[in-house]
Design a protein around this ligand. Structure first.
Ligand SMILES: NC(=O)c1ccc[n+]([C@@H]2O[C@H](COP(=O)([O-])OP(=O)(O)OC[C@H]3O[C@@H](n4cnc5c(N)ncnc54)[C@H](O)[C@@H]3O)[C@@H](O)[C@H]2O)c1
Length: 310
């Protein structure tokens, strides 16, 4: 199958390329950044905010399946809301319209827990009033709604997951959940980390292999089994202190401290503490494999291999 990935040079994209190549797809990567040296796939320079560029690439490739990952994440997004609007919202409508015009069968979209905002119940279901507090969240809600519109109006097979904060063995891309991966990364690299949140900060998190499997399994699910376009997916919801305890258990001598940044803590406080993913479990059999200890056991050796401690 011919697959195009936008934002392929990011934290999710670089791992996703590997999975798509391994299953034998004809994979085309695209990003505003230069090609990754880790991957031997055709790499197309694409700025998703440029409608002519997006249309021309879709016309040339005619991808059957598109993973639309290109985005500016929450923390970077608050530093430049207008750019975030252009990339996340403008980029998404450009991709959907090009997909419609050039015969793409399916578009996978990566939404987020930032689509939600207060007031929220302790366990947040898929269908609840969406009151995002960041430009990132606003544009992701718009992306979900646009995709739903293209599905109903044109029959484009749009599917989306609302990802928790993702952890993997690469540096995170400027999200507000970055305190979690940075605890592991900095504990190994320099032996200490000062988190920008309170110890009791609690949001849904997920290990990248589960996140990638969610994307691929949703993409492969028979359409007739799906009752909606956008699904919550969940794994575990530790407090920041529980992550710190886990890191100090696994990296003896590491010192994790807390110095909350009011702006970033306010964003964390506006997000769900836990997601109800029962519809994803029912409709397409979603099940996470990793909890916090299993993730730690898998992640630390990978980080150690990347970062021999100075
Ligand atoms: N990482 C997480 O914790 C997380 C959580 C929820 C949702 N998501 C979503 O998953 C997707 C991938 O996230 P990620 O963690 O890989 O982010 P990332 O920041 O690591 O990667 C995003 C990529 O988009 C590219 N990009 C930025 N502007 C662009 C433009 N104008 N045109 C084309 N490409 C552009 C960047 O160069 C980057 O390579 C995003 O849509 C994000 O919203 C991520």
């Amino acid at each position: 199958m011919k697959v195009l990935v936008t934002g392929a040079g990011g934290q999710v994209g670089l791992d996703l390329l590997r999975i798509l190549q391994a299953r034998g797809d004809e994979v085309h990567a695209s990003d505003v950044t230069p090609p990754s040296r880790e991957h031997d796939v055709p790499w197309h320079r694409l700025d998703v905010t440029s409608e002519p560029e997006v249309s021309a690439l879709f016309a040339a490739l005619r991808p059957e399946l598109v993973f639309h990952l290109a985005a500016i994440l929450s923390a970077r997004g608050e530093a430049d809301p207008m750019r975030t609007y252009a990339v996340n919202q403008g980029g998404t409508v450009n991709v959907l319209e090009a997909a419609r015009q050039h015969g793409t069968r399916q578009v996978l979209f990566t939404s987020t827990i930032a689509a939600f905002g207060p007031p929220l119940p302790p366990l947040v279901p898929d269908d609840i009033a969406l009151h995002p507090t960041t430009m990132y969240g606003v544009t992701k809600v718009a992306g979900e709604l646009l995709g739903d519109y293209y599905f109903r109006r044109y029959g484009l097979d749009f599917r989306a997951v609302r990802f928790p904060g993702l952890l993997s063995a690469v540096l995170p891309g400027g999200g507000t959940s970055d305190y979690a991966p940075l605890m592991y990364y900095e504990a190994l690299r320099v032996g200490h980390y000062e988190a920008f949140c309170r110890p009791d900060a609690t949001i849904p998190l997920m290990y990248m292999p589960d996140g990638l499997r969610a994307l691929v399994e949703l993409s492969q699910a028979p359409r007739e089994r799906l009752t909606r376009c956008v699904y919550n997916v969940a794994a575990f919801s530790p407090t920041a202190q529980q992550i710190a305890d886990e890191v100090t258990r696994a990296v003896p001598g590491a010192d994790i401290s807390f110095n909350p940044d009011p702006a970033r803590q306010a964003i964390l406080d506006s997000w769900p503490r836990a997601l109800d993913d029962s519809l994803a479990r029912r409709d397409w059999g979603w099940r996470p494999e990793y909890d916090l200890p299993r993730m730690t056991a898998d992640l630390l050796p990978k980080l150690r291999a990347l970062l021999p401690r100075a």
